[in-house]
Write a protein that binds this ligand. Structure first.
Ligand SMILES: NCc1[nH]cc(CCC(=O)O)c1CC(=O)O
Ligand SMILES: [Mg+2]
Length: 330
């Protein structure tokens, strides 16, 4: 038996022409792989987010325009994040489950105008609290797990009743996926999915997002008592395992690129739909690199998104979604 070797074997043969490169591609990236995060404002028109060049907060009419844009580009789903007016933020974050809050109005408005686009809604208290934490804090500043989970259940129900398709708890409290699933079933929302932010790390890459939802200046301390330590991978598998056992339909790893190893391990261990969140700081890094000529923006966008698909992701949340879909020739 002869083992093919150079010069008979030349891997460059398959790369020599565009048709052949396309034929041999092991991974495909399409607009249907993308979830587009959008920020909501009570204000009129469009409010650019300084820390995220090219990203804005949108009023209701702007959101409807973005939803139509997503539909026309073949982007299946939007993720919504409200910038709650500061006078409505409280220690307990009660505005999070007001059925007339910004989020619920946005859900209902978009669903009415563009029903064919899916809506993922974030469940956590940080856009609604005076202290900027994702949960309720005790007098020592510790984020209380079980009391927070009760608020999250109320928030999830309000979103589902407004028409949300995917409830995405991003708070990292223990046990909240099971509590939310039970509440959704009890309230008749049998087909409302849960995408658990299962392995969410205490990351330095969330800064621009906190500007966008108005929590950066408010946040006291850090989120290390509930978000994961970047040193840990086995713990991510335990987090995913628990969220799946509690009824998560899909799981998320967040941030994205610095945690590709986690994506691969989660995918190969559980064989369930895994999503990555290419977060605000990752977006800002690409934009900053492009702005100083350190890299070609379009190439950086497509290469990073392809990396998530190659690692095993079912889809990616990315602020570049519309731009990427256009590049993909939708
Ligand atoms: N629970 C809040 C939440 N949901 C999504 C993000 C970050 C997304 C991004 O940076 O793009 C955060 C920030 C945080 O945990 O502080
Ligand atoms: Mg957990």
């Amino acid at each position: 038996m002869s083992i093919a070797a150079y010069p008979a074997l030349r891997l460059r043969r398959a790369r020599a022409a565009d048709w052949s490169r396309r034929l041999h591609a092991e991974t495909v990236l399409t607009p249907a792989d993308l979830i587009w995060p959008l920020f909501i404002t009570e204000g009129e028109g469009e409010e650019p987010v300084a820390a995220l060049p090219g990203v804005s907060r949108w009023s209701m009419s702007g959101l409807v325009e973005r939803a139509r844009e997503a539909r026309d580009l073949g982007i299946p789903c939007l993720a919504l994040f409200p910038n709650t007016p500061s006078q409505l933020r409280t220690d307990l974050g009660e505005e999070s489950y007001n059925p007339d809050n910004l989020m619920c109005r946005a859900i209902a408005t978009i669903k009415d105008a563009v029903p064919e686009v899916g809506l993922l809604t974030d469940v956590a208290l940080d856009p609604y609290t005076t202290h900027g934490h994702d949960g309720l804090v005790d007098d020592r500043g510790y984020v209380m797990n079980d009391a927070t989970a009760e608020q999250l259940v109320r928030q999830a129900l309000a979103q589902a009743r407004a028409g949300a398709d995917i409830i995405a708890p991003s708070d990292m409290m223990d046990g909240r996926v099971g509590l939310i699933r039970n509440a959704l079933e009890g309230d008749g929302h049998h087909n409302v999915q849960i995408m658990a932010y299962a392995a969410k790390y205490a990351s330095g890459f969330y800064g621009p997002f906190r500007d966008a939802v108005g929590s950066r200046g408010l946040l006291k301390g850090d989120k290390k008592t509930y978000q994961m330590d970047p040193a840990n991978a086995e713990e991510a598998l335990r987090e995913v395992s628990l969220d799946l056992s509690e009824g998560a339909d899909s799981v998320m790893v967040k941030p994205g690129l610095p945690y590709l190893d986690i994506i691969v391990r989660v995918k190969s261990t559980f064989e369930v739909p895994v999503f990555a969140y290419q977060v605000s700081g990752e977006y800002a890094m690409i934009e900053a690199a492009a702005a100083v000529g350190a890299g070609d923006r379009d190439a950086l966008v497509l290469e990073t998104l392809m990396a998530f698909k190659r690692a095993g992701c079912t889809g990616v949340l990315t602020y570049h979604a519309a731009h990427a879909a256009r590049l993909l020739g939708a």
